[in-house]
Design a protein around this ligand. Structure first.
Ligand code: DLL
Length: 434
């Protein structure tokens, strides 16, 4: 089943033609409406009229997360705020978040992307979807919500948290589809097991994404909840969930190519990668976004593609699960965390501590843990335990403010964190996510 067969099953030639037409318009649109793009294109000596088809895409400069940060909050918007009807945001590399705006048309396109991915997992208006992605500035909750609403499902907009209540709701409201991060799905499954109520659930499918997860984890979720688990991919900057989605064949995630042009590049040489099996950095150009369009946006996610025709009939190219990043972003409990954000908190609060620290990320009982070890300075070390505990607590609060998630902070003895002879190894990620 398809939601918009006329697009989802277009011939490759028609997709290329449509992408070309939309790209030409979009480049002119951003040049006319966004100063940053105009400057960047002028500097590169490119005029909108130089872009005649998708074959000219590579002439255009890349866009980076730092561009969103530098133009915080609204500098990359192509429409006045009077036409922006919704804002979403996610963490930037330091300090400020990156902000993305949607017009009414953008929301409608986003909803269609959501409806496509739900249709592709077999959802119909007879289904009841429990949306346990966070609602708010994070795109997960609203993205799934708009898609489900468009398709006519019954939505339980429960958001995340309060896990036993979630299970109770799922049972009483007879939810048939669960939408959440895979790690939260796992936690829900374990809680349902512990409560001894798995056989009371009516779930048949789950739509999971927003963080790396393994095939092993997929099987475990499927077994525990007696469902089929599907992967979806997206990022705040492009449109949140709805960029790419799995069909029943589960051989990669179909990219909504009528809205987003996919390129893959070598992150070092910036040359295009043409071998489908070779890992490349994923780059997207939004060709329909009005509010916050992005041209050649470097996602930093690394992936391969599957170009064999899909048995489901969809012609959109299939993207692998992201296989890592070309920057140091961590995803902890579904939240994007940059080590630089943590360092910034420490450097802004130097009292009692030194700049020697180590971040340890692990996964315990399917939940990510974030531990921060910071060396005390000799003065604090000589102080009483109460002062040390007070500072630990202050740092926990400050980190929660900046990161949006809890971290355990341990102040350790001076000179106890191993020094390295080269670059300091600040982050130890013990999870096996790929
Ligand atoms: O995570 C949007 C989303 C919400 C996608 C709900 C799917 C479901 P951000 O918070 O901006 O947006 O994080 C985007 O998360 O660049 C990837 O590194 C990672 N990511 C997203 N989906 C997947 C996935 C949302 N299926 C960043 N597998 C992206 C692995 C994923 N990583």
């Amino acid at each position: 089943m398809y939601f918009q067969k006329e697009f989802e099953c277009m011939s490759k030639a028609d997709i290329k033609k449509l992408q070309s037409e939309k790209l030409v318009k979009q480049v002119k649109y951003v040049y006319d409406n966004v100063e940053c793009y105009r400057k960047r294109m002028d500097e590169a000596g490119i005029k909108p009229s130089d872009i005649k088809s998708i074959d000219d895409l590579q002439k255009l400069p890349f866009t980076y997360k730092s561009d969103l940060r530098d133009n915080y909050p609204y500098g990359l918007f192509a429409k006045p705020l009077s036409e922006i009807v919704e804002l979403h945001a996610s963490s930037g590399t330091t300090g400020k978040r990156i902000v993305v705006g949607y017009t009414k048309n953008d929301l409608d396109m986003w909803a269609s992307c959501g409806a496509r991915m739900l249709t592709s997992i077999g959802a119909t208006k007879d289904d009841i979807i429990q949306i346990s992605y966070g609602y708010g500035l994070f795109t997960g909750g609203f993205g799934l919500h708009y898609g489900a609403e468009k398709l006519g499902l019954t939505v339980i907009p429960i958001s995340s948290g309060n896990t036993e209540r979630q299970i109770e709701t799922m049972i009483d409201f007879k939810a048939t589809i669960l939408a959440s991060t895979p790690s939260y799905a796992m936690y829900l499954a374990e809680t349902a097991e512990r409560m001894g109520v798995v056989d009371k659930l009516s779930l048949k499918a789950g739509i999971f994404g927003a963080e790396p997860w393994t095939e092993e984890m997929r099987h475990q979720i499927e077994e525990k909840l007696h469902i089929k688990a599907y992967d979806i991919y997206g990022l705040t900057e492009i449109v949140g969930p709805g960029v790419a989605f799995e069909c029943d064949c589960q051989e990669g995630m179909h990219v909504n190519e009528d809205h987003f042009i996919l390129e893959r590049i070598d992150p070092d040489t910036l040359e295009p990668i043409t071998d489908p099996n070779k890992l490349g950095e994923i780059v997207f150009t939004t060709i329909d976004r009005e509010g916050a369009p992005l041209i050649r946006y470097r996602t930093r996610d690394l992936g391969t593609v599957n170009i064999t025709p899909c048995k489901c009939g969809r012609t959109f190219i299939k993207l692998s699960k992201p296989q890592g990043r070309s920057d140091d972003m961590l995803i902890i409990r579904g939240v994007n965390v940059f080590p630089s954000q943590i360092e910034e908190v420490l450097l802004k609060n130097p009292e009692g501590i030194t700049a020697n620290y180590q971040i340890v990320v692990d996964r315990v009982n399917n939940t990510d843990t974030l531990d921060l070890f910071v060396e005390m300075n000799p003065d604090l070390f000589a102080d009483d335990m109460a002062s040390i505990e007070r500072l630990q607590k202050q740092l926990v609060d400050k980190l929660r403010n900046v990161l949006g998630i809890g971290a355990k902070v341990t102040l350790v003895n001076p000179n106890s964190i191993a020094r390295s002879e080269g670059k300091a190894k600040r982050v130890i990620d013990k999870r096996k996510l790929i």
